[in-house]
Design a protein around this ligand. Sequence first.
Ligand SMILES: Cc1ncc(COP(=O)(O)O)c(C=O)c1O
Length: 471
Amino acid sequence: MGEPTESRSTAGESMSDYGPVPPAGSSTAGKSTVSKSTVSKSTVSKSTVSKSTVSKSTVSKSTEGEQAGISALSGAPGESGSALMNTYFPPRITFVEGEGTYLLDSEGKRYIDFFSGIAVTSLGHSHPVVTEAISCQASKLMHVSNIFGNGLRDDLAAEINKLVCAGRSGSAGQVFLCNSGAEANECAIKLSRKWGNPARFRIISTQGSFHGRTLATWAATGKSAGSLSFAPLPGGFDFIPYNDIPALEHALASPDVAAFLVEPIQGENGIVVPDDGYLHAAREICDRYGVLLIADEVQTGIAKTGEWFAFQHDGILPDIVTVAKALGNGMPVGACWASREVASSFVPGDHGSTFGGQPLACAAALATLDVMQDIDAPARAIAIGRAVNAMLEDADGVSSVRGRGALLGIVLERDCAKQVAETALDWGLVVNSPRGDVLRIAPPLTINELDLQQGLEILAGTISRVAGHEA
Ligand SMILES: Cc1ncc(COP(=O)(O)O)c(C=O)c1O
């Protein structure tokens, strides 16, 4: 636990390496790089408002009735009369445009985005290379089904395989392409059961974990434990405490266990980082008992922790790795990677998806991975993490900063993270609060130094205002 760990060499790296500084004239807090023609109302950002000029009345009262569960900022109309099902709380803000680090709402107000749509848009909004790849592919071929090849899905599988096995000669696996994190984990669960069939079927996961909202992934989610809302859930799922090696050893000794499913960092639980070596020990115990190790990298995956995948900090290779979120920089795309030996358990018909691996999603993901490699996205994540720590670890109202690279939890001294997130919105910054005392940030890895500093100043000011000693 504790401060971000830096396992990659970044000697000599400076914050000015983040990328282009906004054009002249846009370098002050109140100006936006979003093109003028798209801004209908005032673009003067509240982020220029200093701590002292913001009265306490700006502290939002809108936290009443907020979701006790996951991602308070994930909103959609749930009001009576809406045609949308009531699965999210009604949103306070509607965003209509995004460019790089910025979002623009329907009132014309500009925000710095440290949330990245729940750790998705790691290259910022509408990255030109990704946008170009999507529009070119859309005008060429969008969908043919998996009954036919499409010229892109094999390339994407090879690219994911390369990054999962980075630095490990002789390792290779195979990939199932899908559309979301839950689907990637669903594939991992089915694959483990097929591999272990019939003797090994039990899936061990951890308390506090989050793996998705399909029935099986919900059954595997520690946060769902005890909930009877969707009973009966599929059986064969058990939970052990996170970061507890003896509990893992005990659970895996049972001969019916097929797999241990674990997040390298628990994201939705508030960026909970296990002790150094946890995954290394898990790998060793899984090997000893002949159990598969599944790393759920849906949130931690693709560069943002300072490695391509967070398990790489421990120098291990899991048997199965799931990924989604940042893979398409906003295009829905997910993947389940497995070692060749494990992947060979599937035969045609065992698993599938109409849309999985379709050309449009593959084009977006290939472009995303290309850009990430071009800009050395893991090194940027480490530099961002350093800057965040330098600014916030001793800040008023902050108890600690935890996480790795640019996937960080700001632990507050008081249980008021939702109020801080709401107030930050007022001040022109998007962050979120996965739990009462923790703010989560995952700034785009393309953020420039100026925007990062400005966002951090807003955040420090907001935390001090709401959670600080004089609040
Ligand atoms: C670790 C983890 N696994 C799985 C999921 C589910 O992903 P999705 O919402 O794309 O289905 C999430 C979503 O937040 C996640 O954080």
